[in-house]
Ligand binder design. Structure first.
Ligand code: PMP
Length: 482
């Protein structure tokens, strides 16, 4: 298929049968919204609210768009605004997973955080205030009818099409704004009145079931069940679209999300786990031959820093260690054997031109780094210089500029002869050798770096609060923290 724009790929998500985790007496299907371009159901809403506002003239070319969102709406809006050229500001509570913030910023959006203690209603209040202060266009996902309408026009039609002539006894969904629920349920109520509409919420936070917002408690099902009943959700409830509100345990939602990954190969988020947990509860008492469809709102990649991944190891597990030890090479539990003397390559001769070049740099550059362009230890050293605002010169030995006649290689050998080993990076301050990455961080921690930098007459920001560990390659940090 060819498309004129990424926006044309929103919707038309697949419905997949869950054969491994479903009991034999029912057919359990899942609508996998992770297939949307930015990986969630909210891509539908993002495109719909922007195009609706454009049609109504409520959104002017170049006007800033703003929304309060737990992430998926912001990520969808970031895609739509990037493609259509609108600046975007997202307001988000600080406790939502950090990969969401960085994703939105990667797509060019600005992300403003609100305190976790102020919950969903706090972030919404901040978005309204910013919109009023600056005359920005607030998409109002919690009450915007375009949110429900897009689900009637797309999601519901896809379901009708895919179950045409077949049974559909239950449709199961979580709710965030309630756009999915209101939009899909009103179509199913009309076209498939036999289909029971089941909405799930966390069992420790039964706001919808009781109608009492003060029953809200923190729960792990991000993006759903806020501390208030959104208008679109209230509409669906008062219209009688919801046949059952089914509480699901947060731990069960996490477990089912993991089960979907391990047993079905379907990698989705926590609210998908909640919907499947609810669907499996329905299945327990459903008559033989029943067909159940669960909504899986987003991809599991959005949850790497959340409890969903808490039990996923970083280091090798005992089982993996056993696999490692089951064959001789590349094992962490035995020291690498020293290379046999005969195999050691004779040291290549250092040429005078390269040696002179290196000497001159060391003499003249107050803060000097011999590096490889993308070596991660070189990056850590550059970040360390930057963190203390030290101007430095980096000689990138593998850069295109140094490739001709192996000039970079010749300079590297000259540096190696000078420091007594082949390790890169190598740092010199005021003509004095600090050493490699490890020595550089040690010197930063013990004050030696500051002393040498100042003696060399270069600026050093000693006030900067630097978390040195955070500058190192992530895998190294995790290893040393373990
Ligand atoms: N699950 C997740 C992960 C979400 O981000 C959302 C939307 N915030 C939903 C479910 C619920 O979708 P809706 O807003 O249409 O009720």
């Amino acid at each position: 298929m060819k498309y004129d724009s990424i926006l044309e790929t929103v919707g038309n998500t697949p419905i997949v049968k869950l054969s491994s985790i479903a009991p034999a007496h029912v057919s359990l299907y899942a609508k996998v919204e992770a297939f949307n371009p930015m990986g969630s159901v909210k891509d539908r809403l993002a495109l719909a609210v922007i195009e609706d506002a454009e049609r109504r003239g409520a959104l002017k070319p170049g006007q800033t768009v703003i929304e309060a969102t737990s992430g998926n709406t912001g990520i969808g809006l970031a895609m739509v605004c990037a493609r259509k050229g609108y600046p975007l500001v997202i307001v988000m509570a600080e406790n939502f997973s950090i990969e969401r913030r960085r994703l939105m910023r990667f797509l060019g959006a600005k992300v403003v955080l609100t305190p976790a203690a102020d919950k969903g209603s706090g972030m919404l209040a901040k978005a309204i205030e910013l919109a009023e202060t600056h005359g920005w266009f607030l998409t109002r996902q919690f009450e915007n009818e375009a949110n429900a309408d897009v689900h009637s026009r797309t999601t519901a039609q896809e379901i009708l099409r895919d179950f045409e002539g077949e049974r559909l006894d239950y449709w199961v969904s979580s709710y965030g704004t309630g756009g999915t629920v209101k939009g899909v349920a009103r179509v199913l109520k009309e076209k498939r009145p036999e289909t029971k509409i089941v909405v799930t919420e966390p069992d420790n936070s039964q706001v919808l079931g009781t109608g009492l917002p003060d029953r809200f408690r923190p729960h792990p099902v991000q993006g759903t069940s806020p501390d208030f009943i959104p208008k679109l959700t209230a509409d669906a409830k008062s219209a009688g679209y919801i046949d059952q509100v089914l509480p699901v345990n947060g731990g069960d939602a996490l477990r089912r999300a993991r089960e979907l990954a391990v047993r079905e190969g379907i990698f989705v988020g926590i609210s998908a786990g909640a919907a499947v947990a609810a669907a499996l509860k329905i299945a327990e008492t459903a008559p033989r031959g029943s067909t159940i469809l669960a909504m899986l709102p987003d991809t599991g990649e959005r949850y790497l820093s959340t409890p969903l991944f808490d039990d996923v190891a970083v280091d090798m597990t005992a089982e993996e260690e056993a696999i490692s030890k089951s064959s001789p090479s590349n094992r962490f539990d035995i020291r690498p054997a020293p290379a046999p003397a005969a195999a050691t390559a004779p040291a290549a001769a250092v040429d005078a031109e390269a040696a002179a070049f290196v000497d001159k740099l060391i003499r003249e550059e107050p803060a000097l780094l011999f590096a490889l362009e993308w070596c991660e230890f070189c990056w850590a050293t550059r970040k360390l210089f930057k963190a203390h605002a030290v101007p430095y010169r980096s000689i990138d030995l593998d850069s295109v500029a140094m490739q001709e006649n192996d000039w970079g290689g010749r300079v590297r050998r000259a540096v190696g002869a000078r420091v007594g080993g082949p390790t890169i990076p190598q740092v010199f301050i005021g003509g004095e050798l600090i050493g490699g990455n490890a020595e550089m961080f040690e010197a930063a921690r013990n004050g030696e770096l500051e002393r040498l930098v100042r003696a060399a007459g270069v600026t050093f920001d000693a006030e900067a609060k630097v978390d040195y560990g955070s500058l190192l390659p992530k895998w190294l940090k995790q290893k040393s923290a373990a």
